[in-house]
Write a protein that binds this ligand. Structure first.
Ligand SMILES: NC(=O)c1ccc[n+]([C@@H]2O[C@H](COP(=O)([O-])OP(=O)(O)OC[C@H]3O[C@@H](n4cnc5c(N)ncnc54)[C@H](O)[C@@H]3O)[C@@H](O)[C@H]2O)c1
Length: 357
């Protein structure tokens, strides 16, 4: 049985669809061509609904959960005005050349934009949308979960319980390290870094340190965090959390030098981008117990091959890039990316636009 609220929602949706359908039919009848938009993946419902109901673009979509092959993408972008993409698509000179001068806007359903060649876009006057803020809470929450999984050895413990390794209660078995009275270091005190600090405070952390391109005095004072050099961050942190953007400067910044300066009891967590870490150096640091454990949500490559040496280490927890994966967050990201795209097509100000310097 349909309730009256269900019927109301259904009627509203039908009315919106009819409205957008009439609008696009009217545009077609008047001989005007709708701007062509290519969507590179099956995206959460809120995003595609916004694009369809706008009635102001002609949408083609790679309707799959798997990425569009590069050769197909290069064909599909020819002559489009708008591109809705994900972090899996490299939007570089080759792709922009293939799209041609009609391309006005690229909207990525991600906050990170290291897969976009901003310089090439600037040269061509292509505007860029991204999805900051709406995913901050989910990513911060997952970072805390990953930290606890690595520091309290949760995955190892579950494996032991399941596989018969759980003997009698032993005072020294499965001990990890706690957050209480610890020093937490944040590499990259941006939106997500700040949200992580706020979530970790109730655990009784005694000191928050951070390193960034420059001190962020006002924010640091608000959350009681102290600016230190990268070397000091490595030396003093019990937990080192990487939350910076991937840039030419941060590429491989977490390397042998950083790990060799960390405490042997330290836990290393990365939820930013895999390429900020030199994985060979991390492997050596973990295998030789130079550091105690690591938690990674991001790797190079993705997916990380199942026979990768990092998967063989008990002190390394690896997640398949799920930091923003809540239903609400993914819908909010999809909707924001759709609204960015539509605003860009209309030449209006975008809800969240990447400034092209
Ligand atoms: N794992 C995931 O699913 C996931 C989800 C969302 C975001 N991310 C990653 O997290 C990053 C941060 O997101 P955000 O919203 O907090 O972005 P943000 O721009 O608010 O923060 C990034 C911070 O990194 C700092 N930074 C840049 N270069 C640096 C350097 N050389 N040394 C130290 N710090 C430097 C910036 O100054 C900034 O404070 C994104 O760029 C993205 O790559 C990952």
């Amino acid at each position: 049985m349909w309730s009256s609220s269900h019927l109301k929602v259904l009627l509203r949706t039908l009315a919106a669809d009819l409205h957008s359908c009439c609008r696009s039919q009217a545009m077609k009848a008047s001989g005007k061509h709708l701007p062509k938009v290519y969507v590179t993946r099956r995206i959460p419902p809120d995003g595609i609904k916004i694009l369809r109901q706008s009635g102001c673009c002609d949408i083609e979509q790679w309707d799959s959960d798997e990425p569009v092959p590069r050769s197909e993408l290069l064909k599909k972008v020819v002559g489009i005005q708008g591109l809705y993409c994900l972090l899996t698509e490299k939007i570089d000179k080759e792709l922009l050349d293939a799209a041609g001068p009609s391309l006005k806007v690229v909207s990525t359903m991600s906050v990170g934009y290291d897969h976009l060649s901003l310089e090439e876009m600037k040269k061509r006057g292509v505007r860029v949308g991204f999805t900051p803020d709406v995913l901050t809470e989910a990513v911060a929450e997952l970072t805390v979960a990953l930290l606890l999984a690595a520091s309290r050895r949760l995955i190892e413990a579950v494996d032991e319980a399941r596989s018969g390794g759980w003997g009698t209660w032993k005072p020294l078995w499965m001990c990890g390290s706690g957050l209480s009275a610890s020093t937490v270091g944040i590499l990259g005190l941006g939106r997500i870094g700040e949200a992580i600090v706020n979530r970790l405070k109730p655990f009784g952390v005694s000191k928050f340190l951070y390193n960034d391109v420059a001190p962020r005095h006002e924010l640091a004072q608000k959350i009681s965090a102290e600016y230190v050099s990268l070397l000091e961050l490595a030396k003093k942190s019990d937990f080192l959390l990487v939350c910076c953007a991937l840039t030419p400067e941060t590429l491989g910044i977490c390397n042998k030098q950083l790990f060799s300066n960390m405490k042997s009891s330290a836990i290393f967590i990365n939820t930013s981008r895999g390429a900020v870490v030199n994985q060979e150096d991390l492997y050596q640091a973990l295998a030789s117990n130079q550091i105690a454990a690591a938690g990674l949500d991001v790797t190079v490559p993705e997916p990380l091959p199942t026979d990768h040496p990092l998967f063989k280490l008990k002190n390394c927890v690896i997640l398949p890039h799920i930091a923003s994966a809540t239903v609400e967050t993914r819908n909010a990201m999809a909707a924001l990316a759709a609204n960015n795209l539509l605003a860009g097509l209309k030449g209006e100000s975008m809800p969240k636009e990447v400034p092209l310097k």
